[in-house]
Design a protein around this ligand. Structure first.
Ligand code: CUK
Ligand code: CUA
Length: 763
């Protein structure tokens, strides 16, 4: 405590010195800064719209695909500040993801045919919905290369589950949710034999297929239930993107495609490459699937099992009338259902129009069985004129579409033109265009996939950054550009470099819907959300040896692990299970062991485990990897790996300093003085209505814990003093003081919070 007071006095002096020194320079005015940095008034306005002063919060939380990093990137809008990387398909050491046993089990769910895959090509995050609106509960994301879907729970922003698509070899049209998150949709990309066996390319037309999988999501468990999931077989076109119908079109899903030419390349054999053969025709096909009907067909058992996964064959899909095709512009990209569910917009990519289809017209054609023909597999095709509402000429390379809160207003990315087009899709009228930098892929408006888009902002996800940022070598960061869409004209506000893979899609949720926990219930395995069987409370720590298996059941609290010295024998299989006993917000401990490829992230309340083989005799320090307190560097221990057959450690370890009675008396007096300070803080807190502030209540609980530990340490010091063992007595008195300092630190945080948040006298 005294040292804390001393430190703050020193800080005060430093502050004064800075102020005096600062007097030599005149403070810059706003005009000076504008001149020095070459800013105009428009820049200032943009800055004012995005700048978020310290402690400020964002209005929306964006979840970006991390592209090849296999992760999800979380950032705030409008500040564009990155808040988190969530490890999904790729190990991420800070979060212990892939470095503790619990998360290794999640990653192992993503093994493909038993092979461990340590990355993913994440493309499309989707937010869980209730009645067509974002509910802030879950995020789903797909992996294009290894056909997989992951489930992230926004309770703690951790990946809980990975499912591997058993019949696909690659995918692209996932993850898209139905309006009540009953299903997560995943459509294949490159056609292949369903189930993955070898079939020569000569049999492409006959044996290669696409598919769309409807993964059943169990909302109460927060997990996909593969046993209730099914797929619909599709022709071997290269399926592209998907979207679920909503409101009037609820129960239907849409998946577009390219390369309906079913071209097989082979440039090495002198054949024209894929790109030529796959863009020869004037149109491709939009697949329109009645998934509600498909669900009935699946439940009635009219399926074929491929690798144990139920598949509705093309034949059955045609017989049951649950699949029709609608011609799309050549090599399209993107398919996005309007908020009212009435329209489906497809970007032309190689055609300069956005094609706005009418769900009502499609329905009428289906009901009247009015088809223009069939494809080679017998799937009925609706004539384009019986499905189209408008073709809107937008510019070159239209791709993806997002919707505004204003009715009939949509935004489509123009890849070739490097622009965003704003238009009225009901009337087919272009309203505005803005240039972006450069070659935009997806774009995203706030909750723009839902029945209630929030408007306000749009983010352009540009494929190329070129000259936008300081050069960092030939591999450039991605450029996410924030655009204000609240007025009639779009206004560019901010460029954010994103240096972690190529994010394809991003979606954003109103920040007030996202309500993550700040701590876990004591002893939680965060990957299963269950109580860990390995959690222990202070006093219950133990080391259990069973043959060559050694299990350590330990705890972590500022600023020590229990146990601190662990002895094992060369060749032992060692597991550390550690529970973080903290309750205070943001008091995370780490746990790493030299040379063992282990790092745990122990958030308050969490239990995590690290298993490894102690292969080589030696001395292995372990320590806490999060700077958790003033004595963080002392949060350490040793794993002693003894050579086979070596003796147990005999007697006491050697120590440096020897303590005498005077040392004990001095330490004891500091403890008594510190207690006086603590008493003052406690008196202040209890004089207020602190119970009305949940975060203060948590701090008080934590401080009480520390004071109870302090009491124990004091008793040990007293007992040793009685025996005149000044060594033990001084060290335990020192530990008593450590606990007091932590209690005081927490108490002062509570006091500051109360003072800043208008605490009133207790009633
Ligand atoms: S995307 Cu996957 S190739 Cu336009 Cu959704 Cu980038
Ligand atoms: Cu715990 Cu550093």
């Amino acid at each position: 405590m005294k040292s804390a007071l001393k430190a703050s006095a020193a800080f005060g002096a430093l502050l004064m010195a800075t102020t005096v020194a600062g007097g030599a320079y005149a403070a810059e005015s706003l005009q000076d800064v504008m001149k020095r940095r070459g800013l105009n008034e428009k820049d200032l306005l943009a800055a004012a719209k995005t700048y978020t002063p310290t402690g400020g919060r964002d209005e929306f939380i964006a979840f970006s695909s991390g592209g090849q990093s296999g992760q999800v990137i979380v950032y705030g809008i409008p500040s564009m500040r990155i808040l988190k990387y969530i490890g999904v398909f790729t190990p991420e050491p800070w979060q212990g993801y892939g470095y503790d046993d619990e998360s290794k089990a999640v990653l192992a769910q993503g093994n493909v045919d038993g092979k461990q895959i340590t990355w993913g090509d994440t493309h499309h995050p989707a937010a869980s919905e209730t009645n067509g609106e974002s509910d802030g509960k879950f995020v789903f994301i797909n992996d294009k290369n290894n056909p997989r879907i992951a489930v992230i729970d926004l309770h703690d922003f951790e990946t809980k589950q990975i499912v591997v698509n058993p019949i696909m070899q690659s995918e692209h049209g996932g993850a898209f949710v139905t309006p009540n998150t009953d299903y997560v949709i995943e459509a294949s990309q490159y056609p292949a034999p369903l189930g993955g066996e070898y079939v020569p390319l000569e049999q492409f037309n006959d044996k290669y297929r696409g598919a769309v999988t409807y993964w059943k999501f169990d909302k109460s468990k927060g997990r996909i239930d593969p046993s209730q999931s099914f797929s619909v077989e599709l022709p071997p076109y290269t399926q592209d993107l998907s979207d679920a119908g909503k409101l009037v079109s609820d129960g239907w899903s849409f998946t577009n495609s390219l390369c309906s030419e079913r071209y097989v390349g082979g440039i090495e054999k002198g054949r024209p490459p894929y790109e030529a053969g796959c863009s020869a025709n004037d149109h491709d096909y939009l697949h329109v699937v009645n998934w509600k009907k498909a669900e009935e067909v699946f439940k009635a058992g009219k399926v074929t099992k491929i690798k144990d996964h139920p598949v509705i064959t093309l034949k059955t899909a045609i017989e049951e009338g649950l699949l029709v095709l609608v011609p799309e512009p050549k090599s399209p990209h993107g398919v996005d259902v309007s908020p009212d569910g009435k329209y489906i917009i497809v970007g032309g990519k190689l055609d300069s129009n956005a094609h706005v289809y009418s769900f009502e017209k499609i329905q009428a054609a289906v009901a009247a069985k009015k088809f223009a023909g069939k494809d080679s597999y017998g799937v009925p095709i609706i004539d384009v004129k019986d499905a189209i509402h408008k073709q809107v000429p937008l510019g070159l390379g239209p791709l993806h579409t997002q919707y505004d809160s204003k009715p009939c207003v949509a935004y489509t990315s123009l890849y070739v033109d490097s622009q965003v087009a704003k238009y009225d899709y009901c009337e087919g009228k272009v309203l505005d265009k803005i240039s972006v930098h450069y070659n935009i892929g997806h774009l995203m408006t706030m909750e723009g996939d839902t029945t209630k888009p929030k408007g306000k902002y749009l983010v352009a996800m540009n494929k190329l950054a070129i000259d936008r940022f300081n050069p960092v070598g030939p591999l450039h960061p991605q450029n996410h550009q924030l655009i204000d869409i609240s007025g009639d004209k779009m206004e560019l506000l901010y460029d954010m470099p994103l240096p972690l893979g190529e994010p394809h899609y991003v979606m954003a949720i109103a920040a007030d819907k996202v309500k993550p926990a700040i701590r876990y219930k004591f002893g939680t395995n965060s990957r299963t959300d269950q109580q860990s069987a390995f959690a222990v409370r202070p006093g219950g720590e133990k080391v259990v040896k069973n043959g060559n298996k050694v299990e350590v059941f330990g705890t972590a609290i500022r600023s020590h692990f229990t146990p601190e010295i662990v002895e094992v024998e060369e060749g032992d299989e060692v597991t550390f299970h550690i529970t973080n006993m903290e309750r205070a917000q943001d008091e995370v401990h780490g746990f790493a062991v030299s040379g063992m490829d282990v790092n745990l992230s122990l958030e308050p309340g969490k239990t995590a485990s690290a298993s490894f083989k102690a292969a080589k005799a030696g001395v292995y320090p372990f320590y806490c990897t999060e700077f958790c307190s003033a004595l963080h560097l002392e949060m350490e221990g040793y794993l002693m790996v003894k050579p086979k057959g070596a003796q147990q450690m005999a007697g006491k370890a050697e120590e440096g300093v020897k303590y005498v009675k005077a040392d004990f008396d001095k330490q004891y007096k500091s403890c008594i003085d510190t207690q006086a300070v603590i008493d003052q803080v406690v008196a202040y807190i209890t004089s207020t209505n602190f119970k009305d502030f949940p975060s203060v209540v948590a701090l008080v609980e934590d401080a009480t814990d520390q004071l109870n530990f302090a009491k124990d340490a004091r008793a040990k010091a007293d007992e040793a003093a009685k025996k005149e063992d000044w060594q033990q007595a001084t060290l335990w008195a020192g530990q008593w003081w450590q606990y007091q300092v932590k209690a005081a630190d927490i108490g002062l945080r509570a006091k500051t919070y109360l003072e800043q948040n208008g605490a009133k006298p207790a009633k």
